[in-house]
Design a protein around this ligand. Structure first.
Ligand code: ATP
Ligand code: MG
Length: 719
């Protein structure tokens, strides 16, 4: 209807509108952060629906996280009302897992296949290495697993790999790769890479199936296109081969997943593959203030390999970017926490307006401690997520086993957990029996009475385990999933295991298990045709970037996880040589450039305020390390930066020297002892003579108090 169309188009600028209304044929939007790429994609989908050019069934949109997918669907719904049923919006992995659930029997798997996460894959690699008598000290299973994964991302199969392999790691990998594939096949399991590879195979082998999906999905959309890998590129190409209605959006300057096989050349290939593509440029940034953009531009300017882009904002000026030097990671965390509380109190910000970013997961610990101490609510995206916790993985393994008893990784995880007298020896004998008789481990368990190498006691123990699993397998279709889970946990002995010792840790574990059961109940009640198997798939495919949407908390996450997001206030912490950029990235220009893009991504998450910090000392790898500040701080445009001491970022020629004193304005050159003394005196915060800004962060007009060019100090007195 025209009213909806009007609404959809009126929320866009002219260039964005052009991208939205160019519905047919290939379209590529390569534009800077905050220029509305994701918004444009979302409005484009809504426009297709509102104009009736497509029904929901004909649309697929591929995003980078499940959370982004959820948001996209919600926004489309807000624009066109509740007519999105049948539209596929999801990550590459979850979308193609879903497709495989329907079609995979065509390539010799059954539809109840398990999905192995990285942990599971690593275990299988290790087992195969042991079986092949490869020394796992010389070549780490983790390295082999990674190598197999990147081979798969390049679409290199075991045979081809063998002919290319040279060097110790690759030669070991060449031996393990086929065995690993066979083990997965026997277990009716796919690893993460398979979720994309198998569809390509399927489409090549069964053109009829490909055709079906090509005809179904008349409009294909991809967000964050710069981070797609080769297989994803091939898949997109296959799907769009007929109609060529493929719309991709991305930013080469934000490509940060090369280490996972992301291939920036996909952007260039797009132009080659579709010479008649419409290319759209978006130059207005709606997100950040001028100062933040100036800083970000000055970062990315240092890279050689970047397409030229211009960005402007009408949020001119803005607060300066504040750089804080801390003594230690604790001190840094405390300063971050103080600033958050300060801004929150004085400027009426919500906790959810803040994001604290860091290069490595380990850095969250000090930050968490500081926030906890002051009762600042926070959540962490990434790291050890809920579904990665041991107790949760244990329960999930039981459930996976019910769905696919051939799932060996799950079977081995729980066959003797909780302990039930099926020790390593017994397991090995069962395993051997299985491989001698060319059957899955579960099949061996099923006929355990015939395994001659086992004692009667061992046979009985295995038999009891088999009985539990079999009982719940038979209940699966009748009992509600949450009841089934609860009973199973109890009967398998997990409940009493967790209650055996009344430690806080066990209590927490038990609560987590309860939470899982509640989650299952909620899930099966909410979605139509939600089964245990679809639940398991969804939780396995949660990316480590997916967080829950807790309404009012500070968000902590790695820089990688921050992609696509935006916050009024952003902290980038740990700007030290060796940490950001990581030491291993400083040897190669290309890797250094990726670190720089990561800094760029982080800085451009900020809408109004950006804080940078580094710590002279940091506890890393179990020891205290003394740091110099990140080279990135020497590259950025210092006209938009203010140090916490009130001075300029660069005022001394020799900026790494800590011997030159004489400036009380800047911490850069300050003697740590002097600094510490002051810190104690002033508690590191705003006790004495501090001038503060009263500008509200959410205000869109920054010219009101003429803040540009003026120093505003947050936590230390000006010199
Ligand atoms: P990134 O590269 O970081 O993913 P992006 O290009 O996808 O950024 P969006 O997240 O789509 O940018 O948009 C950034 C912000 O600007 C969002 O809050 C969005 O709603 C807003 N925005 C984009 N275009 C417009 C517009 N035409 N009018 C008003 N707000 C807009
Ligand atoms: Mg985006």
């Amino acid at each position: 209807d025209s009213e909806a169309q009007e609404r959809i188009l009126s929320g866009l600028n002219e260039d964005q509108r052009a991208a939205v209304t160019a519905t047919d044929g290939p379209v590529m939007i390569i534009a800077g952060p905050g220029s509305g790429k994701t918004r444009t994609l979302t409005h484009r989908i809504a426009y297709l629906l509102a104009t009736g050019k497509a029904n929901p069934y004909q649309i697929i949109a591929l995003t980078f996280t499940n959370k982004a997918a959820r948001e996209m669907r919600e926004r489309v719904q807000r624009l066109v009302g509740d007519r999105t049923r049948g539209m596929w919006v999801g990550t590459f992995h979850s979308s193609f897992a879903r497709l495989l659930r329907r079609e995979i029997d065509a390539i010799g798997y059954s539809q109840d296949f398990s999905i192995y996460d990285t942990d599971d894959s690593k275990k299988i690699v290790k087992q195969q290495m042991n079986r092949l008598q490869l020394n796992t000290d010389e070549v780490k299973p983790r390295s082999v697993q990674r190598t197999i994964s990147s081979a798969k991302n390049q679409m290199v199969g075991p045979q081809e790999y063998t002919s290319m392999a040279h060097g110790r790691l690759q030669e070991a990998t060449a031996k393990v790769y086929p065995a690993y594939e066979a083990a997965l096949k026997r277990a009716n399991a796919l690893d993460f890479d398979d979720l994309l590879l198998k569809p390509v195979q399927l489409f090549n082998q069964e053109p009829k199936i490909l055709e079906k999906y090509q005809q179904r999905w008349q409009y294909v959309h991809i967000d964050e296109y710069q981070d797609t890998n080769h297989v994803q590129y091939v898949l997109a190409k296959q799907l769009a081969a007929g109609h060529k209605n493929l719309c991709v959006v991305g930013d080469d300057a934000q490509s940060i997943y090369a280490f996972r096989g992301a291939d920036i050349s996909n952007i260039l290939s797009f132009e080659r593959d579709y010479p008649d593509a419409t290319t759209v440029r978006l130059e207005r940034n709606y997100r950040s203030t001028e100062n933040i953009l100036t800083l970000a531009d000055s970062i990315i300017d240092q890279n050689e390999d970047q397409l030229d882009k211009t960005l402007w904002t009408d949020k001119d000026g803005g607060e300066k970017v504040l750089l804080t030097e801390a003594l230690s990671e604790k001190d840094e965390a405390k300063k971050v926490e103080q600033k958050i509380r300060d801004l929150q109190l004085r400027e009426g910000l919500e906790y959810s307006d803040f994001a604290v970013l860091y290069r490595t997961n380990a850095q969250s610990r000090a930050l968490e401690e500081a926030l906890r101490r002051e009762n600042v609510p926070y959540r962490i995206i990434g790291g050890t997520s809920f579904y990665q916790r041991k107790e949760i993985k244990d329960v999930l393994a039981y459930l996976k086993l019910l769905v696919n008893p051939n799932d060996r990784a799950s079977l081995e995880r729980v066959i003797n957990y909780p302990t039930r007298g099926i020790g390593a020896k017994t397991q090995e004998r069962v395993r051997n029996y299985a491989s001698q008789n060319d059957m899955s481990m579960w099949q061996a368990v099923e006929q355990v009475e015939q395994i001659d190498t086992l004692s009667t006691r061992a046979k009985n123990a295995v038999g009891r385990f088999r009985a539990i699993i079999a009982k719940y397998m038979s209940k699966m279709d009748s009992a509600p999933v949450d009841d089934l889970t609860r009973d199973l946990i109890q009967e398998a002995g997990m409940l009493s295991e967790l209650r055996k010792e009344h430690t806080r840790e066990n209590l927490r574990r038990w609560e987590n298990v309860q939470e899982l059961v509640n989650g299952i109940a909620e899930y099966t009640a909410s979605a139509d045709n939600a089964t245990l198997s679809t639940f398991l798939q969804e939780v396995t495919l949660l990316t480590d970037l997916d967080g829950d949407d807790d309404p009012n908390t500070v968000t902590l996450m790695t820089l990688h996880a921050s992609k696509g997001l935006e916050y009024p206030v952003v902290f980038i912490t740990g700007l030290e040589e060796g940490l950001f950029p990581l030491a291993k990235a400083t040897q190669e220009r290309t890797e250094l450039e990726e670190e720089r893009r990561l800094f760029y991504v982080g800085a451009t998450r900020a809408e109004e305020r950006l804080f940078l910090s580094w710590a002279r000392n940091r506890y890393r790898y179990g020891k205290q390390e003394h740091n110099t500040r990140s080279r990135f701080l020497d590259e950025i445009d210092d006209s938009v930066v203010q140090t916490a001491g009130g001075g300029r970022l660069r005022q001394k020629k020799n900026r790494f020297s800590s011997s030159s004193k004489g400036s009380t304005e800047s911490y850069d050159d300050m003697d740590p002892h002097y600094y510490r003394k002051n810190l104690r005196k002033g508690s590191g915060s705003s006790k004495k003579g501090t001038r503060r800004t009263t500008r509200t962060v959410s205000s869109k007009s920054s010219s009101s108090n003429g803040s540009s060019g003026r120093r505003v100090v947050y936590d230390e007195g000006e010199g």
